[in-house]
Ligand binder design. Structure first.
Ligand code: NCD
Ligand code: ZN
Ligand code: ZN
Length: 353
């Protein structure tokens, strides 16, 4: 007996995405435009997207790389540095070019060397952002050597994020890719102007999946996977229906050779499988009815944008879905995230290419 089940959602958006540049941009962009209507595009290129001029030309490169017939809107961001010009930022935001500004603590993650080391130096820019209503997206980890990597998010909340929010209470903040119960609890305790994105890998995996029985480089991302109780807290937050939690895949492609290396690059390439994996996890949590809020409604509400009118349909089969192991990228294929459990859901129809 064959049984299928379908689930139709408003077309989702991805509120945290790495599209890279050049050949890799061309390789990965269709994997997002196939399923998602919009994405907040991260600015951590080398060199980073710092000015309005940088974001203008990066957006043009993304639009030039769009697959035939795709309907997708890249929502651009600026990379905050200690030298960011508040007037340039204001022009970029007022013109509609950018939707947010991204804070990377210097050295916290992939391509974050130009990020902020002294948070006092960006105080004036943050004040300006609060004035004009431009959201700040935050990679929330401290970088001090003495702080254990598994504690860096919790310490960031206490030492950096909470003081910033207290001194600039009007600032809208997105805690990107939260990975801890501490992160979820902080959002719940602070109703005003605060949201959080959650990735697929942090909903599906804990650090045992990455480290027991051998080290799995394709599960290595930042912030690093935490212990199981944190994954459970994230899943509870994502499936709760609380509109402050929404999907940011943090799909972060690296060539497979850079992942399968002595010093492995941080990032999971989840875009092709994100929605199938989420349907799996939400169903397991008994919360399929909460999936559309998480993927398609809460993010637009936070950013003050309309939800998408088009839909996407997922189908559950009685045999596991087959996903590509890699996608081509010149001589440097990119390994697709594999959650390590059979997933029976797959996107069966998307109203855009
Ligand atoms: C991201 C990347 O590769 O750009 N990597 C990651 O592990 N998440 C950077 C980031 O989002 O921190
Ligand atoms: Zn990050
Ligand atoms: Zn990211």
């Amino acid at each position: 007996m064959s049984m299928t089940q379908t689930l139709t959602l408003r077309r989702p958006d991805d509120w945290h995405l790495h599209l890279r540049d050049g050949a890799m941009l061309e390789a990965v962009l269709p994997e997002t435009t196939r399923h998602f209507a919009r994405a907040i595009v991260m600015p951590n290129l080398v060199p980073p997207v710092v000015t309005m001029a940088d974001a203008t030309s990066y957006k043009a490169r993304i639009l030039a790389a769009m697959p035939e017939g795709a309907r997708f809107t890249p929502l651009m961001t600026l990379y905050l540095t200690e030298n960011t010009d508040p007037d340039d930022l204001t022009r970029a935001y007022a013109s509609g070019l950018i939707s947010a500004v991204k804070l990377y603590p210097a050295g916290a993650t992939t391509n974050s060397a130009s990020g902020v080391a002294d948070f006092d130096k960006v105080r004036a820019v943050l004040e300006r952002m609060a004035e004009i209503g431009c959201p700040l997206c935050v990679h929330g980890e401290v970088t001090d050597r003495e702080i254990d990597i598994f504690d860096r998010e919790a310490v960031f909340i206490d030492r950096v994020l909470d003081p910033i929010r207290k001194s600039t209470p009007e600032l809208k903040v997105v805690m990107e890719h939260i990975t801890t119960k501490n992160g979820a609890d902080y959002v719940k305790a602070n109703a005003e102007r605060l949201g959080a994105t959650i990735t697929v890998q942090h909903l599906m995996l804990d650090r045992n999946d990455m480290l027991v029985g051998g080290m799995r480089p394709h599960y290595y991302c930042l912030p690093i996977l935490k212990r199981r109780e944190h994954r459970e807290a994230l899943l509870a937050a994502a499936t709760s229906g609380d509109a402050r939690f929404f999907l940011g895949t943090d799909s972060a492609p690296h060539p497979s050779h850079a992942k399968e290396a002595e010093c492995c690059a941080a990032g999971c390439f989840t875009a092709p499988v994100a929605l199938a994996c989420l349907a799996h996890s939400f169903e397991e949590a008994g919360a399929l009815d909460k999936l559309e809020g998480f993927t398609s409604l809460h993010g637009p509400a936070f950013y003050g944008l309309p939800a998408n009118e088009e839909t996407i349909t997922l189908t559950k089969s009685d045999t596991p879905a087959h996903f590509p192991k890699q996608i081509p990228n010149g001589d440097d294929p990119i390994t697709v995230f594999d959650p390590g459990t059979p997933v029976f859901w797959a996107v069966s129809n998307s109203s855009s290419l």
